[in-house]
Design a protein around this ligand. Structure first.
Ligand SMILES: Cc1ncc(COP(=O)(O)O)c(C=O)c1O
Length: 371
């Protein structure tokens, strides 16, 4: 479907770095070393250095990165973990699988990020950790969160959508106690399969996770903790090492395209995600709030062969498979309203400005006469 405008097209990025990627893959294949060898080790070091964190441990997904991080917190029955209801489902499923009680707090209507004042109200004597999510590339102010939370409560940053985003010059992923990244193919730094990593300055956390990702193995015959298998593999690590070199350029292009969208979109029709002072977003997704008629707009754009997506169509507290065992500190009216009005527009670093302008024109045509 050549004339389709995709919400996210991964092929141009592959084509841009094809030769380097093929060479990296070829080196792994001919080395005969496919699991936990030089590429995983090098990527852990290079990515931790890029973010500014002490230790990195590669895992097989962002979901595992969250879960393994939560396992470090020595959770006891009844312990609570605070998270936003407006995020990808894995943030929530990791908290549930950790055995903690998930506690949702509502979001800010302009940034769509966890509302820090709501976090303050939700803290109890059972609160063990907070999981702020840097959504769509926009960063939660972790320093402000730390002031609210005080010592004794862990902060686990969900950085699946924020590779390279900054809070007052510091990269997300080095601001909390531990952080979890995903390398799902659509992410700002994406593999060609699954992958994830935890970053931390806490050596004990890093060592525990390193053991647990490989059956708890200390040497080939001894298993000293009860681990499972969650390894980043050599092929993905080799691909990620190539792409990491281009991440800043890709993020710069994302910011330029986001600025152009913000310039061209009519604020009478749609409202872009707000990025607060001191924060540099890496625009993982370009989402806007529709003033009205969101679902009709989706269909209209589809008719024009412009693909959009809804992240996320409902607060996670309403997802059928996940209904039991959460608590909310308040109702979640903002998450509800945002989920009814939000739409993600075509957006990826290699997207042409023509595609962007066509999308804006189609939105203008749709609303002209309606609003
Ligand atoms: C906010 C958020 N957290 C966690 C994850 C989980 O990552 P993965 O798909 O690599 O398990 C994702 C990606 O899907 C995500 O967007």
């Amino acid at each position: 479907m050549e004339d389709m405008i995709w919400r996210c097209d991964l092929v141009p990025q592959y084509q841009a770095y094809q030769q380097e990627i093929h060479e990296a893959i070829e080196r792994v294949l001919s080395s005969g070393r496919y699991i936990l060898a030089e590429n995983v080790q090098a990527f852990e070091k290079e990515f931790s250095e890029y973010i500014g964190s002490g230790y990195g441990v590669g895992l097989n997904s962002g979901t595992d990165a969250l879960l393994f991080a939560l396992w470090c917190f020595d959770l006891k029955p009844g312990d609570e973990v605070i998270l936003p209801p407006f995020t990808a489902i894995p943030t929530y499923s990791a908290v549930r699988h950790s055995g903690a009680i998930p506690v949702f707090v509502d979001i800010d209507p302009e940034t769509y990020l966890m509302d820090l004042q709501q976090v303050k109200k939700a803290i109890t004597s059972r609160t063990k950790a907070i999981v702020p999510v840097h959504l769509f590339g926009n960063a939660v102010d972790i320093e402000e969160l730390r002031d609210i939370v005080g010592p004794g409560i862990y902060i686990l940053e969900d950085c699946a959508q924020s590779h390279g985003a900054l809070v007052r010059g510091k990269k997300t992923g080095r601001l909390g106690d531990i952080s979890a990244f995903s390398f799902y193919p659509t992410k700002n730094l994406g593999a060609y399969g699954d992958g994830g990593i935890i970053l931390t300055d806490n050596k004990e956390f890093a060592n525990a996770i390193r053991l647990r990702r490989m059956y708890g193995m200390i040497n080939k015959d001894e298993f000293i903790v009860d681990g499972i298998n969650s390894r980043l593999d050599e092929l993905q690590a080799a691909i990620l090492r190539v792409k990491l070199k281009h991440l800043d350029d890709m993020n710069t292009r994302r910011a330029e395209l986001a600025a152009l969208y913000a310039d061209l979109l009519n604020p009478k029709y749609v409202q872009p995600q707000k990025v607060r002072d001191g924060i540099s977003s890496v625009y993982h997704v370009y989402s806007v709030l529709c003033r009205s008629n969101r679902d009709e707009l989706v269909r209209y754009l589809e008719g024009k062969r412009i693909q959009t997506n809804i992240y996320y169509p409902m607060p996670l507290s309403k997802q059928k498979g996940y209904l039991s065992s959460f608590s909310t500190s308040t109702d979640l009216p903002v998450a509800q309203q945002v989920s009814e009005r939000i739409i993600a527009l075509p957006f990826y670093p290699e997207m042409s400005e023509d595609i962007l302008r066509m999308t804006v024109s189609a939105i203008d045509e749709f609303y002209a006469g309606r609003v």
